[in-house]
Design a protein around this ligand. Structure first.
Ligand SMILES: CCCCC/C=C\CCC/C=C/CC(=O)SCCNC(=O)CCNC(=O)[C@H](O)C(C)(C)COP(=O)(O)OP(=O)(O)OC[C@H]1O[C@@H](n2cnc3c(N)ncnc32)[C@H](O)[C@@H]1OP(=O)(O)O
Length: 281
């Protein structure tokens, strides 16, 4: 009951204090009463994860870790897109120095989110392909609004999701389901995602999704925070360590992959397809 009241207060727009507007592409709002932070991505039109958005996400996660928030809810300011995943323009005909900084920042941001000491939840209020799905599956709980899609579609782009994308996916889905979905590059509708367990709940609106995420975070109200966070970290330690140990190799593999002419050609065709779709409407 206490948890429900807390979450209602949060969602009803109860007393909220904007504690950070420092970052250009993210905002953090901490509710004074509940202590839960809402981290909102705001990079129109599709929250494409470019270097700057990844930097802002990392610094917002650090801020939430530092200000003793009771939990983190990740969401988007767009009414239809949670995140379109990695900004393909960071990988298409890239400047290699920037590309290096981009991938290193993606690693850094993932380590911070997946390894966060506070309870994390994603209020998925729009489409969430690839890198968007990575962000959502790196959280501990997912609530999604109907009529959108989520999944790791990398193979559809002729790309291979790195091992740590798979780790986050596997922390949510059974191996058999995860392997098949990744091989197919399958995008799940909200209803399908609920059926396989890729999301935990559905909600009819962003506000309701945030309320349900807050209720999840509220379930830890009476649990010792240190015991909870150390337990979470033990569960995630092997996945985190695997990337920490292999960061350099992972970066080199990425740079090698994006410099392949066949991949560049595929990305060009994919981008063209996205643009043609816009013109048809
Ligand atoms: C083992 C070794 C491995 C080593 C590593 C190797 C490889 C690296 C692995 C790479 C991993 C990649 C993960 C990714 O995240 S790749 C990105 C995947 N994302 C997508 O496929 C999403 C594509 N977008 C869409 O499907 C749709 O845009 C949508 C998100 C469903 C939204 O649809 P809608 O609302 O209709 O919007 P538009 O389609 O009209 O888009 C508006 C605008 O935005 C541009 N855009 C969309 N998505 C992206 C993107 N991801 N990056 C850059 N730009 C994007 C789109 O082109 C439109 O632009 P214009 O307005 O200029 O036309």
């Amino acid at each position: 009951m206490l948890h429900t009241n807390l979450s209602r207060l949060l969602a009803s727009g109860g007393p909220k204090r904007l504690i950070s507007t420092v970052n250009k592409l993210t905002t953090v709002e901490v509710n004074d009463k509940t202590g839960i932070a809402i981290l909102t991505m705001n990079r129109p039109p599709v929250n494409g994860l470019n270097l700057e958005l990844l930097q802002d996400l990392k610094s917002s996660i650090d801020e939430i870790e530092g200000n003793k928030s009771r939990g983190l809810i990740l969401t988007s300011s767009s009414p239809t897109i949670f995140s379109a995943g990695l900004d393909i323009l960071e990988m298409y005909k890239p400047d290699m120095d920037r590309c290096r900084a981009f991938w290193s920042q993606l690693q850094e941001t993932w380590l911070a989110l997946y390894g966060s000491s506070v309870p994390t939840a994603a209020a998925i209020n729009g489409h969430s392909p690839a890198g968007g799905c990575l962000l959502a599956t790196s959280c501990e709980y997912r609530v999604m609004v109907p009529k959108f899609t989520i999944g790791l579609n990398e193979t559809q782009l002729g790309m291979i999701a790195p091992q740590w994308f798979m780790s986050a996916f596997l922390s949510v889905l059974p191996q058999r389901e995860a392997e098949r979905a990744l091989n197919q590059g399958r995008m799940f509708t909200t209803e399908e995602a609920l059926r396989v367990g890729l999301i935990d709940e559905t909600a009819n609106s962003k506000e309701e999704a945030i309320e349900k995420c807050a209720a999840f975070i509220g379930t830890f109200a009476k649990v010792n925070p240190l015991a909870r966070s150390l337990t979470k970290q033990q569960f995630r330690a092997a996945d985190l360590q695997q990337l920490k140990n292999g960061r350099k190799e992972d970066l080199e593999k990425f740079l090698f992959t994006v410099s392949q002419p066949a991949l560049q050609k595929g990305l060009g065709i994919y981008l063209e397809g996205l643009k043609k779709k816009v013109k048809k409407q």
